[in-house]
Design a binder for this molecule. Structure first.
Ligand SMILES: [Zn+2]
Ligand SMILES: [Zn+2]
Ligand SMILES: [Zn+2]
Ligand SMILES: [Zn+2]
Ligand SMILES: [Zn+2]
Length: 259
């Protein structure tokens, strides 16, 4: 029997590497940029990998760790070593304890730098599964999430401690950042609820209408508080704490001290 596929000029050299996506053997093919490893299950499976660099001591059989290059990072969740893997969105570090442990860490496509390990936050737990919370470095800045991310999707947001007052909404007013980098305050139930404030909500009832919170605005001139309800005209200048508004009666006090 003919075992070759006729018309396929490309030569495929079998290897003992295994495809990390479909577990088929990988073969060495010759491409425009030189040799590369490809899944023998092509075109159903399009996995490709770089061929191990020549010159390196070929311990291929020792590296049978699930198809990842070993790196010097350990998983902060289960203490197993992390391995460099290639996903649809580029390289990443994955825990070798996968699938029991789904911990991953981002790798910068440009520099190849591994994102710093998440920093555990003491005394805070995930309200979903009770695991610890960690501070992570994401592509859009730091954020706090469950240590079990991505298995648990809980992400903690900076909250103002003010509950949304829209009827039927059980959200909380959280600190948000606009695309232009400006901070504002919006409902955690967004997009279900679109309550939004540009001034900081403070969990103190309005002295005029007893609405559960007031808005605080700080400018160079000072801090003013106003009611979030349009119907209410409460507006007041607030003075920095520690400087109570007192009539100038220092004279009498001074006189008493002198006695
Ligand atoms: Zn494959
Ligand atoms: Zn792990
Ligand atoms: Zn969680
Ligand atoms: Zn709301
Ligand atoms: Zn009010």
């Amino acid at each position: 029997f003919e075992t070759y596929v006729k018309g396929r000029k490309q030569q495929a050299i079998p290897t003992d590497e295994v495809c990390e996506n479909c577990a088929s053997p990988m073969v060495i093919k010759l491409g425009r940029f030189g040799q590369f490893l490809a899944c023998s299950n092509y075109p159903e499976c399009k996995t490709t990998r770089e061929v191990a660099k020549p010159g390196a001591p070929d311990g291929a059989s020792a590296g049978a760790d699930g198809g990842g290059e070993s790196v010097e990072e350990t998983c902060e969740l289960c203490s197993k070593p992390m391995a460099m893997k290639r996903g649809r969105f580029g390289p990443f570090l994955g825990c070798t304890g996968y699938p029991e442990c789904k911990n991953i860490r981002r790798v910068s496509k440009k520099t190849g730098a591994v994102a710093p390990a998440p920093v555990p936050i003491e005394g805070e737990t995930c309200p979903v599964d009770g695991a610890g919370l960690v501070r992570r470095h994401g592509p859009y800045g730091e954020f706090v999430s469950c240590a079990n991310y991505p298995a648990c999707k809980y992400i903690k947001r900076e909250t103002t401690g003010v509950m949304c007052t829209r009827a039927g909404c059980r959200g909380e007013i959280v600190v948000k950042k606009s695309k232009r980098g400006k901070y504002f305050y919006g409902c955690s139930e967004y997009p279900k609820c679109d309550a939004v404030f540009w001034d900081k909500p403070v969990a103190e009832p309005c002295p005029k209408c007893n609405s559960p919170f007031v808005l605080e605005k700080t400018t160079k001139k000072g801090t003013t508080r106003s009611c979030a309800r349009e119907e209410c005209d409460y507006k007041e200048e607030v003075h920095p704490t520690g400087a109570p508004t007192m009539a100038p009666m220092g004279g009498r006090d001074a006189a008493r001290d002198a006695l």
